[in-house]
Design a protein around this ligand. Structure first.
Ligand code: ATP
Length: 234
């Protein structure tokens, strides 16, 4: 589905991402893991068209997407749930979901998609008239994911969905990601929570200083001695 070849991304004169190759096949969960500042968010923002691609190529479902605007990329089905959730705090849960449903491809299916979101995230149904800013962190994360799903993505990119959440809620959020995957969604997940991310991933890439330093199946990497030492604190 997604092929990233030789990706370079710079902030001004500073090259932050160098020669990254990665791919995601249909119905896979693929993670990009690595520590703070490794370049994970930079990669996902470039895939969404929010940052210019300095070099290399991004191909999504057979279409070269580098250079396309973020709204065009969403129309093609590549949709990002941003780090920090970024729900609209002064709007209700219902209004936040509606906004997610207004892409050209999804606007004719809003009612059906709302019903599906309420089935997948019952808490959002219970809280539909509540202001999004008054939800707990975990509920806001669920709303952010549901809002992305309202646009009917073909590939969902999740940036740090566990950031700032209590351990029990982190488990719940990863359970939801796993469930969305079981329903057939393809997912590219960016995470600092290496253990949880690898646990639910078919494959993963480890990023250090803007380069891919390791790749493998979730299981291979979770049992890798270097990963254990560097990221799992074992
Ligand atoms: P985190 O998990 O902390 O968000 P990350 O792996 O997602 O880490 P990025 O946010 O992609 O890392 O940042 C990669 C590098 O690029 C960092 O050194 C960061 O300081 C730098 N960087 C990020 N945004 C900008 C910007 N707008 N201008 C200049 N440098 C930036």
């Amino acid at each position: 589905m997604l092929h990233v070849r030789n990706l370079d991304i710079s902030y001004g004169a500073v090259k932050t991402v160098r020669g990254v190759n990665l791919h995601v096949a249909e119905k896979e969960v693929v993670s990009i893991v690595g520590s703070n500042g490794a370049g994970k968010t930079t990669i996902i923002n470039a895939l969404s068209g929010l940052l210019p691609v300095g070099g290399g190529e991004v191909e999504f479902r057979g279409v070269k997407i580098n250079g396309l605007s973020p709204d065009k990329i969403v129309e093609l089905g590549l949709v990002q749930t941003p780090e920090g959730r970024l729900v609209f705090p002064e709007m209700t849960v219902y209004e936040n979901l509606l906004i997610g449903g207004y892409s050209r491809t999804s606007r004719g299916h809003i009612q059906k998609n709302l019903e599906e979101m309420h089935r997948t995230f019952p808490v959002l149904d219970q809280r539909k008239d509540q202001l999004a800013g008054s939800l707990s962190g975990g509920e806001q994360q669920m709303l952010a994911i549901a809002r992305s799903l309202m646009s009917m993505p073909k590939l969902l990119m999740l940036d740090e969905p566990s950031l700032g959440l209590a351990p029990l809620i982190v488990k719940e959020v990863f359970g939801i990601i796993d469930r969305i995957h079981d329903q057939g969604m393809s997912i590219l997940l960016v995470e600092q929570n290496v253990y949880h991310a690898l646990s639910i991933s078919d494959r993963a890439y480890v990023i250090e200083n803007g380069r891919v330093t390791m790749e493998g199946t979730g299981e291979e990497l979770i049992n890798n001695k270097e990963i254990e030492k560097a990221y799992l604190g074992i």
